[in-house]
Design a protein around this ligand. Structure first.
Ligand code: PGA
Length: 242
């Protein structure tokens, strides 16, 4: 595992975008696993700037997003699909056919998850970008998730809904109770993983994740078994590390 600490989230965004770009340039038909959330905004800003300034052709890059709320239409501005479009897809030339997303409005959610899992298994993710929740979740794999978990429907914990209520005008009641998420086993199969964490409200979980033991109550701790994990922190998030 490699830990990189930089001054602030803007610099972390630039650093992570540089690493991702180097990987993309090295391989045709690169498969990129993507995440949503506030942490990802500086990363997408830097990555789209880099792609556009350097005129990199990303039309053949294939993407898989980690998760989506259940029962929210993808055109709804609260959906993760909308987030991705706003912060990344609308800015760069990734072919629409190469963008893969879980549909939280599918009639048969089990089948939706099964098919998504199959698609990822076929393509194999070259690089997965992750954030971390204050309870240690990755994607929507909440505490208690199994190392062997696959893409599935999950019930969101109140702590996660409370954290995400900032995207729902502060109203926890408006945050969906369920979501679809790629599983931990699925994430672990990615060839390379980069986890980003910024800000003082992540310092506690960053400490527990990096210094604690591997424990299903901190799903991110499973990542320490991965052979190519890079953790990029800003100073505030790294504040409780030795
Ligand atoms: P955040 O979410 O970036 O909005 O803090 C991180 C996560 O839940 O993975």
């Amino acid at each position: 595992m490699k830990i990189i600490t930089v001054k602030n989230s803007d610099i972390a965004g630039i650093k992570s975008a540089d690493i991702v770009m180097d990987c993309i340039k090295k391989k045709k038909k690169f498969v990129l696993g993507l995440a949503t959330g506030g942490t990802m905004i500086p990363f997408y800003e830097s990555l789209s700037r880099l792609i556009n300034n350097k005129k990199i052709d990303v039309s053949s890059v294939k993407t898989f997003n980690l998760d989506e709320y259940v029962g929210i239409d993808r055109n709804n501005e609260k959906s993760y699909f909308y987030f991705m479009n706003k912060h990344f897809f609308s800015k760069v030339g990734i072919s629409r056919d190469n963008i893969n997303f879980l549909n939280g409005n599918a009639k048969n959610l089990k089948l939706e998850c099964k098919n998504y899992e199959k698609k990822i298994a076929k393509d194999r993710i070259d690089l997965q970008i992750l954030g971390i929740g204050r309870d240690g979740h990755i994607g929507f794999n909440e505490p208690g998730s199994d190392l062997k978990s696959k893409t599935r429907e999950v019930i969101l914990l109140d702590a996660t809904r409370k954290d995400n209520s900032r995207f729902f005008n502060g109203k926890i009641g408006k945050v969906p109770k369920k979501a679809l998420t790629v599983g931990i086993e699925t994430i672990m199969k990615s060839k390379k993983i980069i986890l980003l964490a910024f800000g003082k409200n992540k310092a506690g979980i960053v400490h527990r994740f990096l210094h604690g033991s591997i424990d299903k109550n901190i799903p991110a701790s499973f990542l320490k078994k991965h052979r190519d994990l890079t953790v990029i922190l800003d100073r505030e998030a790294a504040n409780e590390l030795d």
